[in-house]
Structures are given as C-alpha cells and as structure tokens.
Design a protein around this ligand. Structure first.
Ligand SMILES: Cc1cc2nc3c(=O)[nH]c(=O)nc-3n(C[C@H](O)[C@H](O)[C@H](O)COP(=O)(O)OP(=O)(O)OC[C@H]3O[C@@H](n4cnc5c(N)ncnc54)[C@H](O)[C@@H]3O)c2cc1C
Length: 376
C-alpha cells in the first residue's frame, strides 16, 4: 500500500525541515519528509553556522533579513530544552582595491535602504574593532553587527523536524530514486515504497539535480566540494567576526571556544587537504599573524549546490504542476532557511507571501545570462 500525502519534501536538511516546520505551523499537517540517511547529514551537517544579511541583491537581502528575525527569536519559536545561542559577532568583508570598495559601498547603500544596518569601515575603524588584524593593503571594509553565528545547525534541523512531527508531519527514512507525474500529482519511487503526493518539493541539496532529471527537468546546479580547516584553540578572542577577504580568497572566524575555522575560497577540489591547509593558513596568517603558529587539527569536506548566479532556485516548476524546487543554495542555505521555509510554505498553500520568491524562480535561467556571483 503506497504512502500518500499532500506535500512530500525530499531532503531532511535545514531546508526541507524548515519548509515542513512552516507548513505544519500554518495548519497543513499532511506532510512527509523523505530522507535517505539521517536529518542534517548533507551540507547542513557540515555547515559551521554563519548568518549574514550582507548580500548584493535586493531579494537576497530581504530573505536574509527575514531569516535573522527568526534566528533572533529561535528559542521562543522552537522552545529547545537547552537554548541555542545566536552570537551577534558580525561579518566583516575586506576590500583591497578601489573597485571592491566601490562594490561594498553600493551594497551597503542597498542594504541600508532595506533597513539592514551594515556600514563601511575605514582601516582605522577596522583596527579598533580587530586590533590584531594586519591591515597592509586593506582599503576598508563592510561590516554588519547584526550578522552572526549559530553553532548547532544539526540540532536546529532536528528540532524543526520534531516540531513539524508534533503537528502531524512524518519523517520517512527512504531514499527517493526518481519521480514521475501521476493522477494524484507525483509518484516517488523509493527503495522500499512508492509515495504518492499532490505536491513534491526537491530539497535534496546537490542530489536535487538527479531527482529533477528523473522528472525531465534540467536544473543548473553543480556540486562543488568545499573544505574548512579547524585549528587548535587559541586562549584569547581576537577574531570573533567572520572575516572575508575576497581578493585573497580567504574567509575565517574564531569560534566562541577559541578554535579558528579557515576557508580558501578559490579552492580546487583536485588539490589535497595538505595544500588546502597551507593555502587557508597562508591567507589567514597574512591577516592574523598568530595563525602561523596555530596547528590545524582537522579538515572537513562538504558539498555546495551551486547555481550559475550563486543564488538558490526556489519555487514551482513551470509546466510541471505540483513540482517545486528549494535547492542551489550556493553556500548560504543555512542562514536563509527560515525565510525559504516561510515563503515555500505560503506558496505551497497558494497563499500570498511578501517575500520575493519570484526573484529565485526556476525559470530565471531561461531568460538571463550568468550574473556576477557573490563572494562566498
Ligand atoms: C564547508 C561548508 C560551509 C558552509 N558554511 C555555511 C555558512 O556558514 N552559512 C550558511 O548559511 N551556509 C553554509 N553552507 C551551506 C549550507 O550548509 C547549505 O546551503 C545548506 O545546509 C543546505 O541545506 P539543504 O537542506 O538545502 O541541503 P542538505 O543539507 O544537503 O540536505 C539535503 C538532504 O537531502 C537528503 N537527500 C539527498 N538525496 C536524497 C534522496 N534521493 N532521497 C532522500 N533524501 C535525499 C540528504 O541526505 C540530505 O540530508 C556551508 C556549506 C559547506 C559545505
């Protein structure tokens, strides 16, 4: 006997669980989350938890801004046994060329118009904020003190799923093998079962590509390996904001317990972990010399589901009634998951949303060339 539901969400990462949470909170409880391994076992389980509102596009800023409102209320919204901590440590982007600084100025002007309190900092102001930073060649930066960090992406995902389950959603641990249109809407083949659903949401990260292909839908999503290097702990807090130096290909942050995590933005997955460690440490130490002395304890790997314009694909697929996509997050799917959940939940229930869902439509690649991507 096949299982059936009004909405089947393929993927139990932060995206799928946020959509299920928002759907069930809005009264639609006939929801299945289909997960092949375990909740948050994809990119979400690797994600360190950076949350920012400094984006280059209006729609991206609005999604991030709405999400920050959720993150700052996370303990009221989800009522965890032990509270989550939204660390308001900020994101600092550094410019080393007049062109980059001009780009930051334009971004900050847009963000401020939308009510995001980002600002341009001079080298002097940066040095007051982070006295240990070496500012040779730095012309200025863009900083938002409302941005921050939520360390427990796994725990948040699990709790979203739990709260959805309490309102009637079911989590099924089956791997979706493919989908096809059916009289009810969609039929999902799994290793164990057939699942019938009126509406299906592809929220399976980079694996959404293969699932979409099985329904004859080409999705411009590419899987990209990304790594992070974690150092041993340093006894004092010297770099609590997440610092991004796009022209050096560096991003990194010191966590609340002293450990730094470091990324190399221009990484090539063909390179081995040793070269990755060398490059990310080099980039980090050029800004924060004490990193030269700090050993790297481990390297972790995950996958970015990247689109040509580095923005997610969200919404209904034209000509495929009842098929929806929530994938292609290009490295920032955790931070905007609350707004994605809210927007998709409204759209699936045919309700209006004030969130700019149309800007992320799966159809946009038909009409547009490749836009300039974001830094990270
Ligand atoms: C190194 C790294 C650092 C990052 N840092 C940040 C950050 O600081 N801030 C931020 O916002 N984002 C960050 N990201 C990106 C973020 O982790 C992702 O955008 C986000 O977790 C995507 O969530 P998701 O639920 O869409 O996908 P995933 O977490 O990948 O979840 C997809 C789920 O679908 C399941 N699945 C796949 N195929 C099937 C199938 N056929 N059947 C059933 N289930 C299936 C998988 O098992 C998985 O659980 C980072 C990513 C990486 C790799």
């Amino acid at each position: 006997m096949p299982s059936s539901s009004q909405v089947a969400i393929i993927g139990g990462g932060i995206t799928g669980c946020s959509i299920a949470f928002h759907l069930t909170q809005s009264g639609l409880s006939d929801v299945i989350i289909l997960e092949k391994e375990g909740l948050a076992c994809g990119a979400t389980g690797i994600c360190p938890g950076g949350v920012r509102q400094q984006f280059e596009g209006r729609a991206d800023c609005l999604m991030a801004q709405r999400s920050v409102r959720f993150w700052e209320e996370i303990n009221q919204r989800l009522a965890p046994e032990a509270p989550f901590h939204f660390e308001r440590s900020g994101y600092l982007f550094l410019a080393e060329s007049p062109r980059m600084l001009r780009r930051f100025r334009a971004n900050v002007a847009l963000q401020n118009r939308l009510g995001i309190p980002s600002e341009i900092l001079s080298p002097r102001q940066i040095s007051q904020l982070l006295p240990d930073l070496r500012l040779d060649g730095i012309l200025g930066g863009s900083f938002c003190s409302e941005d921050g960090f939520l360390e427990d992406c796994h725990g948040i995902t699990a709790l979203l799923a739990q709260r959805a389950s309490e309102k009637g959603a079911r989590v099924l641990y089956h791997k979706a093998l493919g989908l096809e249109a059916s009289p009810m809407g969609w039929r999902i083949r799994t290793g164990q079962d057939i699942i019938e659903a009126e509406q299906v949401v592809l929220a399976a990260g980079a694996d959404s590509l293969a699932l979409a292909q099985s329904a004859g839908l080409p999705l411009p999503i590419q899987a990209e390996v990304r790594r992070l290097a974690f150092t041993l702990s340093h006894p004092t807090q010297v770099m609590t904001p997440l610092v991004v130096a796009p022209e050096r290909g560096f991003a990194g942050k010191q966590m609340s317990y002293g450990v730094f995590y470091l990324g190399w933005l221009a990484e090539d997955p063909q390179n081995d972990d040793l070269l990755f460690i060398e490059k990310s440490l080099q980039g980090g130490a050029s800004l924060l010399p004490l990193l030269e002395e700090l050993p790297v304890r481990k390297v972790i790997r995950g996958t970015y589901d990247t689109t040509p314009d580095k923005r997610p694909i969200l919404g209904a697929v034209a000509d495929q009634r009842g098929l929806w996509v929530a994938a292609g997050f290009s490295g920032h799917g955790f931070m905007i998951a609350p707004a994605v959940g809210e927007a998709l939940s409204c759209a699936l229930r045919a309700e209006e949303t004030d969130l700019p869902l149309k800007a992320f439509s799966p159809d946009r690649f038909r009409d547009q060339g490749q836009a300039e991507g974001l830094f990270i």
